[in-house]
Design a binder for this molecule. Structure first.
Ligand SMILES: [Mg+2]
Length: 280
């Protein structure tokens, strides 16, 4: 049962930020109700954006991944930690456009498209900023050059804090946070900012992109300590679904209380449609 306070909050939502794994699909399988949920949002005039911390893929590469799962989506509907990082840089380092990137070609292209000069990750090219992403092309030479400039005091921003990227393969996918830990061990330096989840900068970037007030944005996810914590920090509406990690029992133990809990996005969609209907 939803409280009248929760219903009032749901009624004011104009846009949903959707976590992906555990929220709209599990692993490589789309939930059977996801498509209808998204169509329902469009029908009642609620926008949505898929959120991901994974900065190894560009938004167009992510759109391809979603298409393979059977979801046709535009690149404007995807917001990654790379885009949150770009929003952060626009605000905090507007004059710095020369970057060294420890990241994939997809991440570098995202920066070039936003007007940045990406310097080669080899000795002799001085950047103004160093960006560390989920670099699935990482090698020792690149790590030593980026660490040098970080050690020299260049502002250093990591796209997201994850130490590993989940996988079904017999591999540990060493992610951005773990690479930052290596850099810290070598240089003593930590990132100036980490704009990905659960940093509120991720949602603030999205709100800036869509001109939203915080109470107009609902953050939907399956993890209390990332998805709901971020909504909490940002002042937007935190909506937990139970199709992934968190259970109802976890809610009791968590310092981050969701504004509403639903078995899945299916019931969330039905509730939003009802709330809209009642407001007319
Ligand atoms: Mg999730």
């Amino acid at each position: 049962m939803l409280s009248s306070e929760a219903l009032a909050k749901l009624k004011r939502i104009k846009h949903l930020a959707l976590d992906m794994d555990g929220t709209i699909y599990k692993g490589t399988t789309l939930f059977p109700f996801t498509k209808r949920f998204l169509e329902g949002l469009t029908a009642i005039g609620v926008g949505y954006t898929f959120l991901t911390n994974n900065s190894s893929r560009s938004v167009s590469e992510y759109a391809e991944k979603l298409a393979k799962l059977g979801l046709k989506t535009s690149t404007e509907s995807i917001f990654t930690s790379a885009l949150a990082t770009l929003k952060y840089l626009e605000k905090i380092h507007p004059a710095s456009k020369r970057v060294m990137i420890l990241g994939t070609e997809g991440l570098k292209q995202e920066f070039r498209d936003a007007g940045y000069e990406v310097v080669p990750d080899e000795p002799g090219y001085e950047p103004e900023l160093v960006i560390v992403g989920f670099d699935t092309t990482l090698n020792y030479a690149k790590l030593t050059v980026a660490s040098y400039w970080i050690d020299q005091g260049k502002p250093y921003i990591a796209t997201h804090p994850d130490n590993i990227c989940p996988t079904d393969e017999k591999l540990v996918l060493v992610d951005c946070g773990a690479v930052c830990a290596a850099i810290e061990a070598a240089t003593g330096k930590t990132p100036e900012a980490v704009p990905g989840k659960p940093n509120a900068l991720m949602l603030e970037g999205l709100m800036a992109e869509h001109g939203l007030e915080k109470h107009e944005l609902g953050m939907v996810g399956d993890r209390l300590y990332t998805d709901i914590a971020m909504a909490y920090d940002c002042g937007s509406v935190g909506i937990l679904v139970l199709t992934g990690e968190a259970t109802l029992e976890d809610v009791d133990d968590s310092p981050f209380k969701p504004d509403a809990v639903f078995p899945s996005v299916k019931e969330l969609g039905e509730q939003l449609a009802l709330a809209r209907g009642n407001s007319n």
